[in-house]
Design a protein around this ligand. Structure first.
Ligand code: BGC
Length: 437
């Protein structure tokens, strides 16, 4: 096979046709409905015990946001559907220089949650003395991992995702662990709400967009939630965390995806997430390039390949973004020809286009459920995460794919919602407070 025919046939394996998107959408809708009824389904359909916010949420709230790459403690003031960020401390869970790692199996639950408490302590020290905080401030906790929720303040971690392996958290309530850690640090702040980052993103969007009813995270991990009109548990509106990253029906898995899955901490799980999210995209690109090299379809000299291999592979999708945006720079970094750099660009673009189309297919499936087949209304889909925000053209590619499916341009629109996982937690804490009176 010539170099170019290898590239062409690779491109084809990454293409997702309109028909394939529809097939995935129907499968997704079915899986949603099975999961909602408590039947066997790859979609966990986890209740959040949160409905649409009233917009009257007010007060000062602390938040802890644990997403997988960083932990963030923030203090927000909410009023009149607006907010002010009064302070924030962000720390990486894994030190890039290798001094510590709070994601591996040698970390205990206490160590992890003490790290969160210390982060909150720094935030308090940044602003004011604890003594002046007033009567037991409340905290909202965004914990972005599949958790079986039994109330707004009580959830149990089902399993870690995003390759985290911390011991002693699965099966436990992260808000209880957080509360104990805060107490160990003599911090008088009470966790009152726990939520998924998708739910936070949707809550924030609902402040400004009346039609917002789906929330999506396209970051280190992948997931979506939606507002169920009549939840089987309550008969009322409720936001449902679908854990969409675990969807696995009719996905066009390539040999690369199968390999990524095999090498992962939880083989067989999170198949969609492993095809579309920031944690895995860089690794997919690496596998493809290794394959191209083995088949003499890229890099005539071993030097460039060795340079490519020795480059630190980022746990995010930065490389893919750079290959698309800066092929000239790639030629310098890897000492390769412009032709090779353009191949890296092409491969990366195929991965990104596939991401956009797979994600949109599942979102279309969600709309089919919400509208019961015929999409008559306008909807706003709130999205957060670096893949949507930073990866070249992703919002446009998603809009095109959605318009292709609805055949009604811009009826469904995507809105970037920044910091849904932080601010959403403050809104959730306010909702929990209002409920407790
Ligand atoms: C988790 C979800 C989360 C998503 C985005 C996934 O790995 O299972 O709960 O919403 O990542 O952060």
């Amino acid at each position: 096979m010539t170099q170019n025919t290898y590239l062409d046939s690779f491109r084809k394996t990454f293409e997702i046709s309109t028909e394939k998107m529809l097939e995935i959408a129907y499968g997704f809708r079915q899986a949603m409905e099975a999961g909602l009824q408590g039947q066997e389904s790859p979609l966990k359909m986890l209740p959040s015990f949160i409905e649409r916010p009233s917009g009257n949420e007010e007060g000062v709230f602390y938040t802890v946001d644990m997403g997988g790459t960083n932990v963030r403690s923030t203090k927000f003031k909410l009023s009149n559907r607006g907010f002010e960020r009064l302070g924030e401390v962000k720390s990486r869970l894994k030190d890039p220089d290798g001094n510590y790692d709070y994601t591996n199996e040698n970390t205990s639950a206490e160590m992890l949650f003490d790290f969160f408490a210390k982060n909150t302590e720094k935030l308090i020290q940044q602003g004011e003395q604890q003594a002046s905080l007033g009567e037991g401030p409340k905290l909202g906790h965004t914990f972005s991992f599949p958790s079986r929720q039994v109330g707004i303040n009580e959830a149990y971690l089902i399993e870690w995702t995003k390759e985290i392996k911390v011991a002693g958290v699965v099966g436990n309530n992260p808000n209880k662990l957080l509360k104990e850690a805060l107490q160990r640090h003599n911090i008088d702040i009470e966790p009152v709400a726990i939520l998924n980052d998708t739910v936070g993103t949707l809550l924030v969007a609902q402040y400004t967009h009346e039609n917002a009813d789906i929330g999506v995270i396209m970051g280190t991990g992948y997931n979506s939630c939606y507002l169920e009109g009549k939840h089987p548990l309550t008969g009322k509106e409720m936001i449902v965390n679908m854990e969409a990253g675990n969807f696995n029906i009719k996905l066009p898995l390539t040999k690369y995806d199968i390999e990524i899955d095999k090498r992962s901490v939880i083989p067989g799980a999170q198949l969609l997430e492993k095809m579309v999210s920031g944690y895995y995209i860089g690794e997919i690109a690496t596998l493809i390039i290794e394959d191209f090299y083995a088949n003499k379809a890229i890099f005539d000299d071993t030097d460039s390949m060795n340079k490519f291999r020795s480059k630190k592979i980022e746990i995010d999708s930065l490389d893919v973004e750079n290959y698309i945006l800066y092929p000239e720079r790639t030629t310098h970094v890897l000492g390769c020809s412009l032709d090779d750099a353009m191949k890296l660009k092409d491969i990366s673009k195929s991965i990104v286009l596939r991401t956009a189309r797979l994600v949109v297919a599942t979102l279309f499936g969600t709309l089919l459920h919400i509208e019961d087949n015929e999409i008559k209304n306008e909807h706003v889909i709130a999205v957060d995460g670096t893949i949507f925000e930073k990866m070249p053209n992703v919002p446009e590619l998603m809009q095109q794919a959605m318009d292709e499916l609805t055949r009604s341009p811009n009826k469904i629109v995507f809105k970037l919602v920044k910091d849904g996982s932080g601010l959403g937690a403050a809104i959730a804490a306010a909702v929990a407070e209002a409920k407790s009176y």
